[in-house]
Design a protein around this ligand. Structure first.
Ligand SMILES: *Cc1c(COP(=O)(O)O)cnc(C)c1O
Length: 502
């Protein structure tokens, strides 16, 4: 199987090249030229196997330049019960509310308690093998600018992975105390963490600049290293996300929640559009999905887009209690537009250019019609998010995080509006303990807020009795390893120093 750029169909690469490179030279994203189609027999085979078996089948159909052994190696190393708490890294919680079953797909049982682990635990393995095929013998240097979740998930994924080094920059005052502690205590021989005196945009701009500074890449080359990327537009981050939709469907059939072949809805709290796009890709392979319900917070650019066909990022930016969805440019939407425009690189490029120059584009009536037919867009604000957390806890004794609550709220709006009672799968993207403050305020509005993040975790446990994930509980007694802080213009020399190539 080959991949081409969404903005230049003549830019054709292998999967190893797509993963090593991250993004195409023309600025487009790599997409598979066709999707494998699974028939009834294939799905029946998948029913009989477990998560790892399903992952191996799907990976081998997309990564045709990898051997079976290589794929098996990646999957077995990534999804261990040690790292994910059980044999199934993505279990479904069938909690019920008002007599209705909510099928909550918990994607946060990995080492950092957010769904990004599902991809970032396997990406380093895919990447090192891809590099071997394309740039043999080199060490990959991963630079990450993070506003919290991605940095920690990338550190956990890349720690002690051979032939890789990872350096993470975060804004000194821009991450939560829990996120800061998660990163500063990171272990691993090949990791570095540094705060910068600036905001997230400064960190991101700084990283991009280092990537493209020739004197830096020359020094890297001389030291037999090269830069690589772990951000969410890398194909190696999207592919692993297809697996959990297929696997969850199989689990629901095996658990007697749906008939084999029955269509389901999926509900996804959305930021960069990667997670929901993976479910759309699964449907292109034959997974029976009726509606894709795209849930946003007050940054509701996607809701407007789905309803009107106009994408317009010229609007106020809100800082919300679901920060991982505080996004105005959803990068992975480009891949959906490419597909819906009939694999047209010209049309996709036109829209992306308009987005860059005017912050805005409008899709054609045909594309609008398909989006309206397959997708539902909705949003809710912080107050509604909290009341959803409260209601679910009070009525169903289920504690969910702020992002998952946005999804549930929008799902309820959808059912009310449409009366559609199709069985629905709700993607749950973080442990409630990762956002203890907001969740605590939601379930116990009258309680005095404890001072530290760990005290909030304890308090939330006391109230809910919902188990605290071990990686967060263990953090309390871990001491910090990293204390580095640099000015924004000191980032380059920090990188050179960390790599010992000054
Ligand atoms: C990243 C993230 C999201 C958004 O996912 P996308 O794939 O970017 O749409 C939602 N919830 C949490 C907790 C996240 O970390």
């Amino acid at each position: 199987m080959l991949y081409n750029s969404t903005q230049n169909a003549n830019e054709v690469v292998s999967s190893a090249q797509a993963i090593s490179q991250g993004i195409s030279k023309d600025g487009g994203l790599f997409v598979p030229q066709e999707f494998p189609k699974y028939d009834e027999n294939t799905f029946r085979e998948l029913l009989k196997t477990d998560y790892k078996g399903r992952a191996k089948k799907i990976f081998s159909d997309f990564l045709t330049d990898f051997t079976e052994d290589e794929i098996s190696d990646c999957v077995e190393n990534a999804y261990t019960s040690e790292k994910f708490g059980s044999e199934n890294p993505a279990p479904i919680n069938y909690c019920s509310i008002d007599g209705k079953c909510l099928n909550v797909l918990e994607l946060w049982h990995g080492p950092t308690c957010a769904f990004k682990d599902m991809a970032l635990q396997i990406l380093p393995h895919l990447l090192t093998k891809s590099l071997k095929k394309t740039y043999d013998g080199k060490t990959a240097v991963i630079l990450v600018a993070t506003s919290g979740d991605t940095g920690k998930a990338a550190l956990e994924g890349f720690k002690d992975v051979e032939n890789t080094k990872i350096i993470v920059f975060y804004p000194v005052d821009g991450v939560s105390p829990m996120q800061k502690h998660q990163m500063d205590t990171q272990d691993g021989k090949n990791v570095r963490v540094c705060a910068i005196k600036g905001n997230f945009d400064d960190a991101q701009t700084g990283v991009k600049k280092i990537f493209t500074t020739k004197s830096v890449s020359d020094k890297l080359s001389a030291g037999n290293m090269l830069f690589s990327s772990a951000n969410s537009i890398n194909w190696g981050r999207l592919l692993p996300q297809i697996v959990y939709y297929v696997s969850a469907y199989c689990d629901m059939v095996n658990d007697g929640k749906i008939e084999f072949g029955e269509k389901i809805n999926v509900v996804v709290p959305t930021g960069n559009f990667g997670n929901i796009l993976a479910s759309y890709y699964a449907s292109l392979m034959g997974l029976p999905i009726n509606k894709f319900i795209c849930a946003s917070n007050s940054n509701n650019v996607l809701t407007d887009f789905i309803n009107t066909g106009v994408y317009d990022k010229n609007r106020n930016f809100f800082t919300t209690i679901s920060p991982s969805m505080d996004i105005l440019v959803s990068s992975n939407l480009e891949r959906l537009l490419y597909k819906l425009s009939g694999d047209s690189d010209n049309i996709t490029r036109e829209w992306m250019t308009a987005l860059k120059t005017n912050g805005k584009y409008e899709v054609t009536d045909d594309v609008k019609a398909v989006i309206k037919d397959k997708f539902y867009g909705g949003y809710c604000d912080d107050l509604q998010t909290k009341s959803t957390i409260n209601e679910l806890f009070t009525k169903a004794n289920y504690l969910c995080d702020t992002h998952t609550a946005v999804a549930i709220n929008v799902y309820n709006q959808y059912v009310k509006e449409t009366g559609d009672n199709t069985v629905s799968l709700i993607a749950s993207t973080a442990s409630p303990y990762k956002f203890s403050r907001a969740v605590l305020e939601a379930v116990a509005p009258d309680c005095t807020l404890p001072e530290t993040e760990f005290d909030m975790v304890d308090k939330l446990f006391e109230i809910s009795n919902s188990p605290v994930p071990a990686p967060l509980a263990n953090l309390k007694n871990k001491s910090s390893r990293f204390f580095d802080v640099t000015e924004v213009n000191g980032m380059e020399s920090y990188v050179l120093g960390a790599l010992e190539i000054e």
